[in-house]
Design a binder for this molecule. Structure first.
Ligand SMILES: C[S@@+](CC[C@H](N)C(=O)[O-])C[C@H]1O[C@@H](n2cnc3c(N)ncnc32)[C@H](O)[C@@H]1O
Length: 189
């Protein structure tokens, strides 16, 4: 199972009951399709990317599944996310790095990523979750992954449960999945 599939598997039950969802990195639209396709019809999905081509491709794929009505696509840099996010969020996904099939020189960077992730964490509802997949193989990826790990390690333990996975047997350049869940949501039976 790829980490992208593991993230979806973990978030799926929350997505099914979510009202406000965020895809912080539209890319080719895979995560947007997942969020829009598995959330209730009344849910709203806020989608961000700084590449117009990413938003165009995502919009096209959403339209093919008749999912555009519930989606709000925004051309935005993660540095500006605080001013563009909805005030409360149930589920958010970030898939960092560059997008295969698009401009590979457009890569997420630690400063912008941390600004975007902080803005999302501040808005997470009780029981809400943020997933982040960080890649170490590309230029700057090691630093970005370390920055995300640092952010997650500093989450206040009375407010968040934070998790991260390591892929076994793939060496030190394997990607990592981080998940933060804001405490105070309904307790699963
Ligand atoms: C790995 S791709 C996302 C993959 C996508 N979630 C999918 O399912 O296809 C990373 C995306 O982040 C975007 N990106 C890079 N730096 C960014 C920034 N500072 N602000 C917003 N988006 C950024 C890139 O344009 C790229 O489309």
């Amino acid at each position: 199972m790829r980490l992208t599939d593991l993230a979806k598997h973990l978030l799926r039950p929350l997505v099914a009951g979510a009202g406000i969802l965020v895809d912080g990195t539209a890319g080719r639209g895979g995560d947007s399709l997942f969020l829009a396709g598995n959330s209730p019809p009344s849910a709203e999905v806020y989608i961000y990317d700084l590449q117009p081509e990413a938003l165009a491709m995502t919009r096209q794929r959403l339209a093919a599944r008749d999912l555009t009505d519930k989606c709000r696509l925004h051309l935005a840099d993660h540095r500006q996310l605080a001013g563009q996010l909805p005030p409360a969020i149930d589920v958010a996904m970030f898939n960092l790095g560059y997008c295969p099939g698009l401009n590979k020189t457009v890569v997420t960077d630690p400063e912008a990523t941390l600004a975007g992730l902080r803005a999302v964490l501040e808005r997470l509802n009780p029981g809400g979750a943020l997933s982040v997949i960080a890649y170490r193989g590309h230029l700057g990826g090691e630093q970005e992954t370390a920055a995300v790990a640092g952010l997650f390690s500093q989450l206040p333990a009375d407010q968040f449960d934070g998790f991260c996975t390591d892929v076994c047997g793939r060496g030190t350049s394997a990607p990592r999945l981080f998940v933060a869940v804001r405490r105070g949501g309904p307790v699963a039976g």
